[in-house]
Design a protein around this ligand. Structure first.
Ligand code: IMP
Ligand code: MG
Length: 180
């Protein structure tokens, strides 16, 4: 285990099984999809999204958005900004947003409002993690991987100040790392 972590919360095997399950469910639900598009929210969802699409046994396109909400802090800044938009049109398409973690829900509730104005056929959210008891904004999350304790977690795409994304598991970051 990385020395900056206090514990591993989801192992590599648990993540692999979880993402496979999510992909199988999406495959079943979207068999009749129109022009399926999976949107990865960079950078946090990059690893989850690329594993997820390989577990979806349907024709699909991938696109990405860069959204900033945290900056380099361990608590949300309260602002949500589209730093880089999609490169394609979503009108009339079935869209799935792949996100790493649903925390307060601010990012996804804002993003949903923006994307719904572009008239997709449908839009749903696949979040790998949902922090228990942390949601302050109503977000319909159709696919949820794991409920996660309300701690700051890193790994498998999730970062603290851009570090730890490449850990193959998800663990709790030691408070000493971000409190000092
Ligand atoms: P929300 O807008 O409060 O739901 O925050 C969502 C975003 O904050 C996620 O997409 C993550 O990028 C980031 N985030 C929230 N909690 C954590 C965490 O525990 N570790 C790393 N990033 C987090
Ligand atoms: Mg994110």
């Amino acid at each position: 285990m990385h020395p900056d972590l206090t514990k591993i919360i989801f192992s590599e095997e648990e993540l692999r099984d979880c993402v496979k399950r999510m992909g199988a469910q999406i495959t079943a639900d979207y068999a009749d999809a129109h022009d399926l598009l999976v949107i990865g929210i960079l950078k946090g969802a990059a690893i989850f999204m690329t594993d997820l699409v390989r577990s979806i046994d349907l024709p699909l396109e991938m696109d990405f958005m860069v959204i900033s909400s945290y900056g380099d802090a361990a608590t949300t800044s309260g602002r949500v900004k589209i730093v880089q938009d999609l490169s394609c049109d979503i009108k009339g398409r079935d869209v799935i947003i792949a996100e790493d973690i649903l925390d307060t829900g601010r990012t996804l509730s804002k993003l949903l409002k923006v994307l719904e104005l572009r008239d997709p056929r449908s839009i749903s959210i696949a979040a790998l993690l949902r922090k228990e008891g942390a949601q302050q904004f109503e977000v319909p999350c159709k696919y949820e991987g794991f409920a996660c304790p309300d701690e700051f977690v890193v790994g498998y795409g999730l970062d603290y100040a851009q570090h730890y994304r490449n850990l193959p598991y998800i663990g709790a970051l030691d408070r000493k790392v971000y409190a000092g």
